[in-house]
Write a protein that binds this ligand. Structure first.
Ligand code: ADP
Length: 589
């Protein structure tokens, strides 16, 4: 408590006030005492002079010395003190308060000796006779230069002391009031000086506990005022720096949150200090429980732990790839030392390349499939041309047959190119849809009608299973017809004779769910996710007809209508292709 500035001001101040007041009080008290003593001394001197003068004649004549004792008593009564008349040899000739005959020689009394030597003697001492302090004043009684005797007048000092006690009380009270005022003043000054400091301390404390940054009002120009101004300037600077930091942090947090790559920062001990949302998802750990854990606890996979360890040891950027074929996951990890920005800290970046990998596979397969699709007709064209050249031209009926084959191949090629072109136009949104209200049932019926001959030829039954009252949809009829035709065409193509095909539609929430179900050969589970890719064919020999573009076209057209397409299939039992189209109309009347 006493270490505070307030007490450091109050205590010395109080001490100073008490000491100076006590000093002044003591001094005053002393002066008062001395003044009273001097006044008394002067009065006694006057009295002694008066008595001496009146005794001049009596002292000259030894015959009349016996009256001296009586006069002493008389004078003592008049002056209210004690009077002693002493002869030059020290014999007491008269005494107002005692029997003078019993009194010893007084020549050695200090006041008498002083009176003899200096013409005046004064002494204070304790009187054994009256039992308290007495002030003695002695004067020689002189006739010319001859000393006839001494007059000694004395008074008890208890009277002065009583008066002194009174004035001491007054002085003490005054001093006490002065000291109290002085102490109060010191407290006031201390409070005035320390209050802004206290505010400053409180504010600084609040700020360290996360409170708001505030200005402290101050109109003072002294050092405390300057300190407050400096503090306010500091607050302003801090405030702007905190704002700048917050905005930087906000940017960083949003960048990290939006990043699809996982970001993890570990300190020198391998403890996680930052993990972004993507990394949380990748390692299936929420950031609250990940922070403070070790790299091994969070990244788990030994390859990533080794990557971190390598980077820590070499202090160089390190890469690694993690492939989990079963989960179809392919991740690239990069570990970077953060250098001077954060010494010993390592930033780890995890890029999920699964999608890119898949796209690469799709692209590779696409190129190989398209080459395959082109190679067959081109090879047969080349063979036909060679056959014609090597003599078949001379055989007109054979030449006609070859030309017919060549035309078929060229038509197939042209058909494929136009399908491909159409697909890329749909994909790039260059085919505007002419949306019109349509009945789902009528759409299905039309597709059924168009392919019924083909189905009959393949000895298949196509049945329509669709409620009459279904909400209408807004579709581009020829395009949606094409989707249904592609699906139905496949169902016919891949279903052995005497199989059955069901065309159906039903309302589901805010969509109409269409589906084409067959009892055909089905699709292997591994191929299911890929059948909608361009040129994708399940048959590795690509022996079945078709370009492999039908389902890709169907998917793009359904998506252009705001719907989704998928397939469910069991190999050997049949397939069901589903697609949805959003409902836009009230139910069919
Ligand atoms: P294609 O012109 O070869 O029929 P699609 O894109 O229409 O091309 O079909 C791609 C592949 O999907 C086909 O080659 C076939 O292997 C498989 N497929 C499509 N529909 C069916 C079905 N209903 N039953 C079995 N397999 C099917």
């Amino acid at each position: 408590m006493f270490t505070s500035i307030r007490w450091r001001i109050i205590l010395p101040y109080t001490l100073l006030v008490i000491l100076s007041v006590a000093g002044v009080g003591f001094y005053l008290n002393n002066i008062l005492y001395q003044t009273q003593l001097q006044t008394l001394q002067e009065r006694l001197t006057d009295d002694a002079l008066l008595i001496g003068n009146s005794l001049l004649e009596t002292l000259e004549d030894e015959e009349v010395w016996q009256i001296i004792n009586d006069s002493s008593a008389h004078w003592a009564e008049l002056i209210g003190g004690r009077v002693t008349i002493i002869a030059t040899d020290g014999t007491v000739l008269g005494e107002s308060h005692q029997d003078f005959a019993q009194m010893e020689n007084h020549l050695n009394r200090p006041e008498i000796r002083d009176a003899l030597n200096n013409g005046f003697g004064s002494h204070i001492r304790y009187s054994q006779t009256v039992k308290y302090d007495m002030l003695y004043v002695a004067l020689p009684v002189k006739q010319g230069a001859t000393i006839l005797g001494f007059v000694r007048v004395s008074l008890p000092l208890n009277e002065i002391e009583a008066r002194q006690a009174q004035s001491r009380t007054t002085v003490f009270t005054t001093m006490l009031v002065a000291a109290s005022l002085g102490i109060l003043l010191s407290v006031f000054i201390a409070l005035r000086v320390t209050r802004p400091l206290q505010w400053l301390t409180q504010e600084a404390r609040q700020m360290t506990q996360g409170g708001m940054l505030r200005h402290i009002p101050s109109s003072r120009q002294d050092e405390v005022g300057q300190l407050t101004q400096a503090f306010n300037a500091l607050v302003e600077k801090l405030d702007s720096q905190i704002r700048a930091l917050q905005s930087e942090r906000g940017k960083l947090v949003s960048v990290l949150a939006q990043m699809t790559d996982g970001v993890v920062i570990a300190d020198g001990d391998g403890r996680i200090i930052l993990i972004n949302v993507a990394a949380e998802r990748m390692f299936k750990t929420p950031s609250e429980s990940a922070i403070g854990c070790t790299v091994a606890q969070i990244l788990r996979h030994h390859q990533w732990i080794e990557l971190w360890e390598r980077c820590r040891q070499t202090e160089q950027e390190q890469f690694d790839m993690l492939e989990l074929p079963r989960q179809d996951i392919f991740i690239q990890g990069i570990a970077l030392p953060l250098g001077d920005a954060l010494p010993e800290h390592i930033l780890m970046l995890f890029q999920d390349l699964t999608r890119i990998r898949r796209l690469e596979t799709v692209r590779r397969d696409f190129i190989s499939n398209i080459s395959h699709e082109l190679r067959t007709p081109l090879a047969s064209l080349k063979a036909l041309v060679e056959t014609l050249r090597s003599g078949a031209l001379d055989d007109p009926p054979a030449a006609q047959r070859f030309l017919y084959h060549m035309e078929t191949e060229v038509d197939a090629l042209a058909h494929m190119v136009s399908e491909l072109l159409e697909l890329s136009r749909i994909e790039s949104g260059q085919v505007p849809l002419k949306l019109k209200s349509a009945s789902p049932r009528k759409l299905l019926a039309k597709a059924q009608e168009r392919l019924s001959v083909q189905a009959e030829r393949s000895k298949l039954t196509i049945s329509l299973d669709c409620p009459k009252k279904l909400p209408r949809v807004r579709v581009d009829k020829p395009r949606l017809g094409q989707v249904l035709m592609n699906l139905l065409h496949n169902a016919i193509k891949f279903t052995p004779s005497s199989g059955s095909i069901i065309l159906s539609a039903q309302a589901q929430d805010d969509v109409i769910l269409f589906y084409v179900q067959d009892t055909g050969r089905g699709i292997p589970a591994d191929d299911l996710p890929r059948v909608f890719e361009r040129f994708y064919k399940i048959d590795p020999a690509r022996s079945t007809g078709g370009t492999g573009l039908g389902l890709a076209v169907a998917r793009h057209l359904v998506e252009a209508h705001g719907g989704k397409i998928w397939v469910e299939s069991v190999e050997g039992e049949g397939s069901t292709f589903y697609f949805t189209i959003p409902i836009l109309q009230s139910p069919e009347q």
